[in-house]
Design a protein around this ligand. Structure first.
Ligand code: P61
Length: 470
């Protein structure tokens, strides 16, 4: 039999191929494990991929939060870290980068996104108030609840349907928001918590049209909008690609316009901004900022370092600028799409359209014989690790936690296993291996048994819960 000649991806899809806008200067070895080693490691980790040692992982698709390759420019910025306790030069570099890129006036650094979520929730929510948002995020909601707020999901219904192809599944349903306002009164709304892209919906974008009309509505009622800007550069790419009038604008322009419809933002710079640690909270209102800037010294560190080393802020300032390159974003989202395209036609069910940072496999349809209380998405993450040492993350009933009022599980419509692609870390060949592994696990799907929870922590249980096999 004559061997078939391999065909480039570009040719298969009828287009010219494109590649990442960088070359690799330093590498980190990967370790392959045996099936027995993986079975032992996973049992010791209580069938929770968060509890595995990273030395036991082959391809790590747990998260895109932190495990990225920094550029040579970022590494050289680290050496220019000014480690003064107060007034570090790197703080001013960071402040300028945030002002230029996102357009807000006042900036405090924080150690990571949830540091900012904590501060914002403490200063902007009064106990008993409501916080409407475009789908919950785990850490965001826990800080809102701890501040006495109640999160209300006002995302469009399409976001809860993994098969719906709506181009902006992150959009807010303004009717749902208006209903909430007329039910509880505008003064009982702390702020609108807007995120782009929407992580738990599958990395789905928010349209500019939505941001604009949300601003109008909130202005009419005197309600503030705060933006989770963690993956907003990626959100800007989708606006450029899909929204009429934006195809000729670059990522940087789109990002600034979007932010201009909001009153402030918080950031986990471990995602878009290409650093291993860091974040910020930025506002335009001086009074609110003064409160934040005072509170940061209690929880994070002085307002010019916020729990970070000077070098971390230096790398973040460079990363913010790199994150706005159109070529970078196209390659980053292109790699996520490549993995999705490899799964097309295999029968493996996953969230459509393909989002910005991950492929979200639909565990409900992957394992239709498992009940949601048998943790299908957690089971899939476990089975994928056992098959090939690939680490993914549950984003379903375990992540959704319990209703603080009733104590029962929250039962989200979406029961997903997230294959998250870190930025600038893995190659196309790694994606090929991931696709083959998922297919292999899919072929064995009928024999999967499900899990039961053996240990459940009080907060953000998915990080530390332990399971037994059924
Ligand atoms: C992630 F399993 N995300 O996606 P911090 N907002 C948004 C995030 O995606 C986010 C934060 C705020 C992570 C890390 C993580 O349930 C989990 O810098 C849209 O992580 O504090 C973080 O930023 C918080 C994984 C967080 C989780 C919570 O992998």
């Amino acid at each position: 039999m004559t061997a078939q000649r391999p065909v480039t991806t570009g040719r298969q899809l009828g287009r010219r191929s494109w590649a990442e806008p960088w070359k690799i200067k330093m590498v980190e070895p990967l370790r392959l494990t045996t099936p027995d080693e993986r079975a032992k490691a996973l049992a010791e980790a209580g069938y929770n991929t968060f509890l595995l040692r990273s030395d036991d992982v082959y391809i790590d698709l747990l998260t895109d939060s932190g495990p990225r390759a920094m550029s040579d420019r970022q590494w050289s910025a680290l050496l220019l870290g000014d480690e003064a306790y107060a007034g570090s030069r790197n703080f001013y570099e960071l402040e300028e980068a945030v002002r230029d890129a996102y357009g807000y006036r006042l900036v405090v650094p924080v150690h990571q996104g949830r540091g900012a979520e904590h501060l914002l929730s403490q200063v902007a929510i009064r106990p008993g108030q409501f916080v409407p948002g475009n789908m919950y995020f785990t850490t965001t909601r826990v800080h809102q609840e701890r501040a006495g707020g109640t999160f209300v999901d006002v995302i469009i219904d399409e976001a809860h349907d993994p098969e719906n192809e709506h181009p902006f599944k992150g959009d807010v349903d303004l009717t749902k928001l208006e209903d909430l306002i007329s039910r509880v009164g505008a003064e009982q709304i702390a702020y609108v918590s807007l995120a782009g892209t929407v992580n738990m919906a599958g990395g789905q974008p928010v349209s500019m049209a939505c941001a604009r009309s949300l601003r109008d509505l909130c202005d009419r009622h005197g309600i503030r909008i705060f933006l989770d800007a963690t993956r907003m550069a990626e959100n800007a790419f989708f606006i450029q690609e899909r929204e009429p009038g934006y195809e000729g604008k670059n990522i940087a322009e789109i990002l600034r316009e979007f932010c201009s419809y909001t009153d402030g933002a918080w950031m986990s710079a471990k995602k878009d901004s290409l650093v291993n640690i860091g974040g910020w909270l930025a506002l335009n209102d001086q009074g609110l900022f003064d409160e934040v800037s005072n509170l940061v010294v209690v929880f994070e560190g002085l307002h010019t370092y916020g729990g970070l080393a000077g070098r971390d802020m230096a790398a973040m300032a460079v990363g913010i600028r790199e994150s706005l390159s159109d070529d970078h974003i196209r390659a980053r989202i292109g790699q996520v799409r490549y993995l999705g395209e490899l799964l097309e036609g295999t029968g493996v069910p996953f969230v459509r359209p393909i989002g910005g940072h991950a492929i979200f496999v639909d565990a409900r349809r992957f394992y239709p014989h498992l009940k949601q209380d048998e943790f299908p998405a957690q089971t899939l993450a476990a089975e994928l690790y056992l098959d090939s040492g690939i680490r993914s993350m549950e984003r379903g009933i375990v992540s959704a936690g319990r209703d603080p009022k009733t104590g029962d599980h929250n039962r989200p419509k979406l029961e997903l296993t997230r294959l998250t692609i870190p930025r600038r870390v893995y190659t196309q060949a790694h994606m090929d291996i991931v696709a083959e592994a998922i297919e292999a696990v899919y072929a064995q799907r009928d024999s999967a048994k499900g899990l039961k929870m053996a240990y459940e922590p009080n907060y953000l249980r998915f990080f530390q819960a332990r399971f037994d096999r059924l």
